[in-house]
Design a protein around this ligand. Sequence first.
Ligand code: KIV
Ligand code: ZN
Length: 545
Amino acid sequence: MPQPPSENAKEPVDTAFRIPDAGLFVSEYNKKIFSATRLPERVKILDTTLRDGEQTPNVALSTEDKLKIAQALDELGVDIIEAGFAVNSEGEAEAIKVIANAGLKSEICSLCRASIADVDAALACDVDSVHIFLATSKTHLEKKLKITQDQAIEKAVESIQHAKDHGLIVEFSDEDATRTELEFLHRMHKAIQDVGVDRIDIPDTVGVMVPPAMTQFVSEIKKHVKVPLAVHCHDDFGLSVANSLAGVLGGAEEVHVTVNGLGERAGNAALEEVVMSLLAFYNIKTNINSRKMAFVSRLVSQLTGIAVPPNKAIVGENAFSHESGIHVHGVLSDGSTYEPMRPEIVGKERSFVVGKHSGVHAVQNKLREYGIELNPDQMKEVVAKIKKWAESGKKLDDAELLAVAYDVMGEQVQPVIRLEEFTVFTGLNFTPTATVVLNIDGEVRRASETGVGPIDASLSAIRAAVSKNIVLKEYKLEAITGGSNALCNVTVKLGDSEDAQLLALGRSVGSDIVTTSVDAMIEGLNRLWGRKLTLQNGKEKRKAY
Ligand code: KIV
Ligand code: ZN
């Protein structure tokens, strides 16, 4: 039985900290940190995707690809681009030089060991700055470098002096700082500040800090330095982003990051996560245009060949996807229920995935995308069928959902468009060209088109024969089996440039990717044709195109 409100009953308090203009909806409790700590208004971002990121196992980028990434980072608003390690190889030096001379706004930097030769190699690449690093921990000094602390200071000072004498901006990193005694770090910092170092970076080289310790460590160092501090955190325990934020709470004014969190071993702090967390939790700004993040993430993933995990924060495919009925219902009423930030502020789009946890809202929403409205009984039947399908472990995507919906609606595909002839020519130094002859409801139409490949040429020829209004919205090719005779699954999503409501999917499975793509296209067109006539109630016209 519902209870009457007690006398003490209060209105619920909204503990969501909202920055609606920024499209962010996080927790009010974070605000306590604001009042307890003096935070910088703005933090600089040093992106090391092209250096630490390229140290990701199995990643090697060409100069051309590095330039593309550097241009994208520049557009994104990165303050400093660590473009590589000049002394590492001729190829690496060439890429740094190309980037340094590309007229970018960002400061272009090369990594250097604490050595004159390394600084000279960087100078030859026309960089604006050098990032000189030298290990400071007992383990590294004794086991790797086999030098004393005094010798380390001498090397650091000498290389920084050389770089400064040649007009470079110098950032210095105490490699493995978080396993180095503070007293030695203070000595090192005093010596390098005396020769004009511009910035000091505190790397958590093997990701061994917890955030509260990082805050304390950085703030202790901060008491002894005048130049700006940076942090460079690795993700060995999955704490790189948390430690980067903690470093900022401790007084760091610059954070080293990589796109998608690429980097040596488990990687570095991810640019997108650091930037959005700084803004959402502490209202600390960066120069990054967050709307370009998803694009840059995709570009880096494509060029490095390192896929972004679907559940990756901010830029993963699932970051703004909703499946469960309860969540879909919530998000459809107000995005802030299950999205702590609006997808568009990071260049993403919200999506609803239909699966075994879906309810009416998710299914209805998805079908509406294709202009399909079902009555309540039909909807119940579709939901029950797709749940059964998903529970059997089979993959459920839009094509399956639509097939179920068409079936429940009793909508048959009429093969109005038939392929009578098809040829495609392709080869090396030859523009792929396709010719099709279609029989469209008794009328024979022929078209030839070229394309960037045989599939592109073939689908363009079919579109040209049917109607210039046909839009290929998506094309998906999946290998079902392995080997060069693998079976493939092609799905095409088609639209109509004159009617945004009109959408249809076509799918085919076969062993030849070109003819399978053609079959999927013909099926999609027949569905589109049927949908168009249904939406027009089939009255006025017999021909859709
Ligand atoms: O992780 C690290 O310590 C580094 C240094 C070169 C700064 O990448
Ligand atoms: Zn590193």
